[in-house]
Design a binder for this molecule. Structure first.
Ligand SMILES: [Zn+2]
Length: 358
């Protein structure tokens, strides 16, 4: 077969190769070449078709590449809401553990050693974890302290459990949904900067989540107005609520837990009982993480209701359930407060069921 024959045979359909394949060796080689050329051409057309289809809007295959380490469960949930399946997320602080005194275990080093991004609340909540990141973190790791980029130092709250003399402000910013929304924008911007290929997806997820958070914020504000002014008082065991109270118009009338997370002295207990009677606070609130016999005693002697189930960093329900989320935790907390203080939980529930279009 001459080279001229070869050129013209390329115009033949693929089965034409079978005709020449039983010829001597050099023809067989030519035959294989022809088939390969046709197959490669068809493969290119196939790939091109796939590319066109995917660029036309079909979903990309998501491959998680970025490793993110977080601390308390509400922050972990926020990162997962923004990242979806695109991130490997590990929350270091187990639920039900005192996050203020949490010491990372030796096994946590593996998560920090591979984390491209470490998301902290900051305001000194996670000092032992910060030290471990410095000693064992991945070279070049990005560390973001959400709280410190959400409020200025002038907006920090110091109080009985977080006294200014110790220089450690109250860190519970995330219980104010407006601040939580700022946390989400910071998370979105950091993961987008580190994983530009998926930035559009992170922005899409964050926009949807922020819409829901804005609606939750609106519903909490409206729900708290169902309380009479004299009912808008919080006395809690753990001191988690000053930023929530500032946002939603409540007053913190007291906290039980001293700065060292021990139980209060008998003198302090007597003072709290007097305060509850004087201010006619309808209920006192314990915490899932800090069950307290002392608070039970204070409530019974003051003749007020004792509610044990407020949560500041423990999510309700089991993993995988809708309520096992930051938003679920806030729905639970607000409903609990409304029931105990004399508000209208039904108003809150109705608001939440309205479409989140804000
Ligand atoms: Zn706390």
């Amino acid at each position: 077969m001459s080279s001229h024959d070869l050129d013209t045979s390329e115009l033949l359909p693929p089965y034409a190769c079978a005709i020449v394949c039983h010829r001597p060796y050099e023809d067989f080689y030519i035959c294989i070449t022809l088939m390969r050329k046709k197959l490669v051409a068809r493969w290119h057309v196939f790939l091109l078709t796939i590319l066109v289809l995917t660029s036309a809007g079909l979903p990309h295959a998501a491959v998680a590449s970025l490793h993110v380490a977080t601390t308390v469960a509400p922050l972990t949930d926020m990162v997962q809401q923004v990242g979806g399946d695109l991130l490997h997320v590990h929350g270091l602080v187990p639920e039900g553990v005192n996050s203020h005194t949490f010491q990372p275990a030796p096994g946590d080093v593996q998560y920090l050693a591979q984390a491209d991004l470490v998301v902290l609340n900051g305001l000194h909540l996670e000092i032992p974890i910060e030290k471990l990141v410095q000693s064992s973190g991945k070279p070049g790791v990005t560390v973001v302290k959400l709280g410190e980029h959400t409020v200025s130092q002038a907006e920090w709250v110091f109080d009985a459990s977080f006294p200014k003399a110790q220089g450690l402000p109250n860190p519970h910013l995330w219980l104010n949904v407006d601040y939580a929304m700022h946390y989400v924008t910071l998370i979105r911007d950091h993961v987008s900067a580190l994983d530009r290929d998926h930035a559009a997806m992170y922005h899409h997820n964050a926009a949807s989540y922020l819409t829901q958070l804005a609606h939750l914020d609106h519903c909490i504000t409206a729900a708290m107005r169902t309380l009479e002014p004299h009912q808008r008082k919080l006395l809690t065991y753990h001191d988690s609520w000053p930023y929530f109270a500032r946002r939603y118009g409540l007053t913190i009338v007291g906290v039980v837990q001293p700065a060292n997370f021990s139980e209060p002295s008998p003198r302090e207990v007597a003072r709290l009982i007097d305060q509850l009677r004087r201010e006619k606070v309808p209920a006192v609130f314990g915490s899932e993480v800090f069950p307290s016999k002392v608070l039970h005693k204070i409530a019974s002697e003051a003749g007020v209701r004792y509610v044990t189930t407020l949560r500041d960093d423990v999510l309700p329900g089991a993993p995988g359930e809708t309520d096992h989320s930051y938003m679920g935790m806030m729905r639970h907390n607000v409903t609990t407060m409304l029931e105990a203080l004399g508000g209208t939980p039904a108003t809150f529930a109705t608001c939440l069921q309205e479409p989140a279009t804000r």
